[in-house]
Design a binder for this molecule. Structure first.
Ligand SMILES: Nc1ncnc2c1ncn2[C@@H]1O[C@H](COP(=O)(O)OP(=O)(O)O)[C@@H](O)[C@H]1O
Ligand SMILES: [Mg+2]
Length: 274
């Protein structure tokens, strides 16, 4: 779905490279989380996935298309949708269903087809009952789900989300995460989620950690989070339950590393308790 080969990038010749020799392959149907401290290059990387930025060195393929091929920009943007941090910046209309219809309308999709697509997109994000509402009156989580519906209306194969939950409260964060997991499991949508929240990252098939423009980890979450000291040395946290098990292990309890779910923690603690 997305492939980068020795991707290198800087915003200006005087600046050191912000991305350095990045090799990533994201397959169709995968759910990948991208982590990294502030300024590590996450947003810059994400913008290469649908040709908002073009490599200075190396190559990016989006849905098999070289992003440097200007004649295919439309195909790239249709295949790979982007959702950003602030839902308010992504809403363009005063009625929810008009907002979701905005992109296909601009593309000249026939009206009947648009109606069907918009209904499907709103249903998929669980916002059908709000279709006549004013977006600015909705909660942050609801607005972000509308933004996701707006991207879905383009019928993409992949959605890249750059810290979509950063401005949301816990309920909004859960709404958005549930929506993404549903899209991935039920609609086989490829999801690339950039996040600061480790408890969100454990839901991914794979976690990629980027540090100062380089990939330092690329593995399933229980592997990535098994070395707590290493993750902390990268300036990152681990999931709450992983932290708890880490502290218990340090205190001398015989519990395994790489525990990332409450269920596994419960199992490990039951075994210790006998
Ligand atoms: N438009 C820009 N012009 C110049 N430098 C930028 C620009 N955007 C980001 N940078 C720099 O690129 C580096 C990576 O930034 P970014 O990709 O936004 O990181 P992240 O999303 O991980 O916080 C940082 O050093 C940042 O200051
Ligand atoms: Mg960023």
């Amino acid at each position: 779905m997305i492939k980068t080969e020795k991707l290198t990038f800087n915003y200006s010749g005087e600046q050191p490279n912000v991305l350095k020799d990045i090799d990533i392959e994201i397959k169709n149907g995968e759910f990948v989380a991208v982590l990294g401290h502030n300024g590590s290059g996450k947003s810059t990387l994400a913008k290469h996935f649908n040709a908002i930025l073009l490599p200075v060195g190396g190559t990016v393929y989006a849905n098999g298309i070289n992003t440097k091929d200007e004649s295919r920009l439309y195909d790239i943007r249709r295949a790979i949708g982007m959702v950003f941090q602030n839902p308010d910046n992504q809403i363009v209309a005063t009625i929810v269903e008009e907002d979701v219809a905005f992109a296909p309308e601009n593309l000249g999709v026939p009206t009947a087809e648009i109606r069907e697509t918009v209904d499907w997109a709103l249903d998929t994000v669980g916002m059908t009952e709000y279709k006549q509402h004013a977006p600015h009156l909705l909660s942050g989580g609801q607005k972000q789900r509308i933004a996701i519906a707006g991207v879905l209306a383009m019928k993409p194969k992949c959605i890249v989300l750059d810290e979509p939950t950063a401005m949301l409260d816990p309920i909004g964060r859960k709404e958005v995460m549930d929506t993404l997991m549903h899209l991935n499991s039920k609609n086989a949508m490829t999801i690339v989620l950039i996040t600061h929240n480790m408890d969100e990252a454990v839901n991914a098939d794979r976690v990629i950690i980027i540090s100062d423009g380089e990939i330092v980890k690329d593995a399933p979450p229980h592997i990535v989070f098994s070395d707590v000291d290493e993750i902390k040395a990268l300036g990152l946290d681990v999931p709450q339950v992983t932290e708890l098990m880490y502290e218990l292990r340090k205190a001398g309890l015989d519990v395994p590393s790489g525990v990332i779910t409450i269920e596994d923690a419960y199992k490990a603690l039951s075994e210790v308790a006998g």
